[in-house]
Design a protein. Sequence first.
Lengths: 453, 91
Amino acid sequence: MSFQKKLLAFAAVSALSAATAVPAMALENEFHGMFKFMGFQTNALQGGDAKVLASDDAHSGFFAEQRARIMYTAKANDNLKLVTHFELDTRFGGIKVTDGKGYKGTYNGNDSGNLDADALTLETKNVYLDFNCPITGANFKVGSQPWADAYQSLFLLADMTGVIATKKVDNFTGSLGWFRFDDNTAAIASTDTTNTGAGQYTADLIVVDGKYAINKDITVGATYYNIQNDTALTAATTTAPTVPVPNYELLHMIGLNADMKFGDAVVKPFAAYQFGEKNSTTDISAYMFGATGKVKVGPGSVNFAGYYLSGDNNNTGDVKSFQTVAASTTYFNASNMWLLQRPGQAINTSTSLLGNDNTAKGLGTAGVFAGYEGTMDKVFYNANVGYMTTSKKNAAGDKSIGTEINAQVGYKVYDNLSASVAGAYAFLGNYFDATAPDADNPYLVNVQLSYAF
Amino acid sequence: MRKMALLLAAGLSMLSSVPAFAQASADQKDECLLASRNCMNQVDDIKERIYKLNSEIKKGTRVYTPQELKKLKDKLKETSDVLRALENPDS
């Protein structure tokens, strides 16, 4: 073989080798997502955010809805990626054009469930950069991202714009974060000489979180959350919002939590105390505590959960009601309820008897929940019972919100596709007597197809 | 000329053998899960990824170093968080 031919052969083999090696070094495009279809036969759900009805002669009806979520991650390497997450919600048949109630993500009839579809339904949930800093060794997430508290989301779980840094040192994991979840500063009018620009009327959340793994079975955590709400602290009424969220000016929340495994049992207790300023004359002093757990029993496991949020039915003096940011950003999925609490499987219609307001407009609530879940080959099932009450009596002197029983049976059609049927029934308590004395007990039957990839 | 053909054949066989690297046997490390290497032809859905990560973690120190195991556990948490975000029931 001549030198030229050898060179040619070497070049050809090198090119082929390079061709095989390049994809491993290139950007990884990672797609994940989910699709859920849900059909409801119910006398209580209104579709969307509106709360579960407690009304006399409530009519039963059937409606269906769907949700798709698409997550695209552009991963340069294990230390750097951009995460994007989108959502598409639709009610079958669309929603009435003039319905001012809105349907999550779709307003004024802009719902592709309408005749001939074609509508804007794409929502942006997250867009954030996730990278490991080579200097500090900390992980940073910058941008619009999901964040959940360490208290089963009774305080806050939301997608928010912010920055959070997390660093692990041996068994300790610490996080420090800042989120700006509200900036109501109005755009500067051409004639406005008083407003100096964005960032004037804002609400911010500061997060300090520490977790320490004592051993492989026990982790303890401590947190400090701080909310500074300056959205209404101004005399410039032309630019300040009339209804700030949250409805307090300053909040400190300190708490402890743990994750403990004892043989076949897992228990997660938590407790927190809040203090701060409702406004310039009223202070806040509130607390919460609770626990969730799971114990393996037989072919499945027993789940239990409970919580208490302090309340106040006295309008004078300091406020003792547990504070959240907004009802729409609170959860207690460990309850496994469908009506008393928003269901953990919910999509577009994600609400409860109190409209997700576990503070019950300041009265506070408490709940105890238990259930059993298991699988048999491709069949899965669960049954649950729960009870909720307000922490303080309402104006009529009543507290009991109600008792719910529910059950679900499903089948795994494929590894990633499951079909299920669920039923839930709630016995209303006397809390509703003052506003709806003859209210029918709410119920629902749910059919569901769920695909995740 | 025959040598050149052999060289080319060797190169082609390398090309065709690459996807096989992605399969990790009981005593092999899964480089794709561990370090995002040799991920060609792999498109794991999220539940399969969680299943695979659990399987690799179960191999323990027989296959992985303690640091690598920690990395796999971190990835399992990260993937579980992604699934949780996808299924979060916000309205």
